[in-house]
Design a protein around this ligand. Structure first.
Ligand code: ZN
Length: 459
């Protein structure tokens, strides 16, 4: 089932879809091992958080200050899972930024699965305000672990490693191959250095789980869809003359455009036109997994420039920078065409813009992912989440949207079914005193271990 606007399909998985039975003996065996291994896993997370792995391409960061941190994180995970028989390989289009692939061959006859998580982080926000004055403290207080990457998303990788270790410790041999991909570059959309590079190197599987933080709206929500976005820059040209030409350029009896054209004001016409389109989108564009009005065009940057360092001129040029969020059930090229058409028509209404059309620059595109809610992988995660955390009340959606973007989009681009589920709350990601609840790591490992066994089968 593909969710669509027309049918207004209820956002519930089809529970008739069957997946392998797990059995309570196996689940209690797995839980026992997870409890036994949990303290070590928390120590691993502390080491990961204490390892500065800020993305070297993050704005304002000097590469040499941070490069190598991502590789070191992959090495820590490799050391941990090496003790449980996992083989480690690296994929490194940038030799100083290695992706680490941890793999355990299956006995044969089962479906393969991989877990994806990024080891890079953003740069710390207001570093002096963090607990212990240190964004990389790894401090534990009241059951929470603090530090950059605690939520986004080193804890997800640790939960996956803990689940994989518990399966081994419980003596279960999976039929299908299990891989964990600890990738670089997610925070700057450098997927060609990270997730995409790993997949194109031949790693992957029949399905994937991205362990990004999904503890919204409730802990460890299962999410199977995210919106796409564009970074759109619109350049508007003016005719920058001395500000003394303001009157003749805009007042009756003056020379009009021949005296000067202020690009800032022309850009505002474009901005207003797109506000109207955005209002239409609020009504016309919807998807059952998303709240109303989420599909939008947010102007985040507005820049006008005379071309010389002075305010004594009418602006020669102006640029508006947008983040455009569009629904998963529309094609990105249709969204681009719709916006371009709208700007074109708005420009026809103005004597200057008609002959000096705004230039649209599509700077980057983060595609959607949209796995059917009744896909067996999603069903398995929903079932296993209910087993670990209790069933959700009647009528509450079982599957949600991921309200950010992540590498799941680039996995879906390779036609691999993918869902996201992981510890941590997006509201604490990229924020001062980022933290994760340690109990969520254990619960996430319990869910992941069940789904790994259910999906891959046991020999
Ligand atoms: Zn992330």
């Amino acid at each position: 089932m593909k969710a669509s606007v027309e049918t207004n399909t209820p956002w519930e998985p089809n529970m008739d879809e069957t997946t392998l039975e797990l059995g309570t003996d196996r689940t209690s065996m797995l839980d026992t091992q997870i409890d036994a291994l949990a303290a070590n896993a928390v120590a691993l997370l502390q080491r990961l958080v204490k390892t500065n792995s800020v993305n070297p391409l993050f704005p304002g960061i000097r590469r040499n200050d941070v490069v190598g941190g991502e590789t070191a994180c992959g090495q820590l995970l490799s050391n941990y899972l090496g003790a449980f028989g996992f083989v480690s390989e690296t994929v490194a289009p940038d030799p100083q930024r290695a992706n680490t692939v941890l793999r355990k061959a299956g006995a044969g006859g089962g479906r393969s699965l991989f877990i994806n998580g990024h080891v890079d982080t953003v740069a710390p926000f207001r570093p002096s305000e963090w607990i212990e004055g240190n964004p990389w403290s790894g401090a534990i207080r009241d059951g929470n672990l603090y530090g950059l990457g605690a939520t986004d998303m080193k804890s997800g990788l640790v939960a996956a490693a803990l689940a994989a270790a518990a399966i081994e410790a419980a003596g279960l041999r999976l039929k299908g191959e299990l891989q964990i991909h600890a990738v670089v570059g997610e925070e700057t959309m450098s997927h060609e250095l990270g997730t995409t590079a790993v997949l194109e190197a031949g790693f992957g599987g029949d399905a994937a789980i991205v362990v990004e933080p999904t503890s919204q709206p409730r802990p460890l929500s299962v999410t199977s869809v995210s919106a796409g976005n564009f970074n759109l820059q619109i350049d508007v040209k003016g005719y920058g003359t001395h500000s003394g030409n303001r009157g003749p350029s805009i007042r009756a009896g003056g020379e009009g455009n021949a005296a000067g054209v202020n690009a800032v004001e022309k850009a505002i016409l474009v901005l207003q036109a797109l506000q109207l389109l955005e209002q239409e989108w609020g009504i016309n564009k919807s998807h059952p997994a998303f709240p109303a009005g989420i599909f939008s065009m947010a102007p985040g940057v507005f820049h006008g420039d005379a071309g010389v360092p002075s305010v004594g001129y009418l602006a020669e040029a102006a640029t508006i920078g947008y983040l455009v969020w569009y629904p998963p059930n529309e094609k990105p090229e249709d969204i681009q065409a719709e916006i371009e058409r709208h700007v074109h028509h708005a420009a026809q209404l103005d004597s200057w813009l008609r002959h000096n059309p705004p230039v649209l620059r599509w700077e980057s595109h983060w595609p959607v992912f949209d796995t059917p809610v009744d896909h067996p992988l999603v069903h398995s995660l929903v079932t296993d989440r209910a087993d670990v955390l209790g069933a959700l009340p009647e009528g509450v959606p079982q599957v949600h949207s991921f309200n950010a973007v992540c590498d799941a989009a680039f996995i879906a681009k390779k036609a691999i079914p993918v869902a996201t589920m992981g510890p941590g709350d997006l509201r604490h990601a990229h924020a001062v005193n980022e933290f994760v609840r340690l109990s969520e790591i254990r619960d996430c490992a319990r869910i992941l271990a069940r789904t790994m066994v259910r999906w891959c089968g046991v020999a």
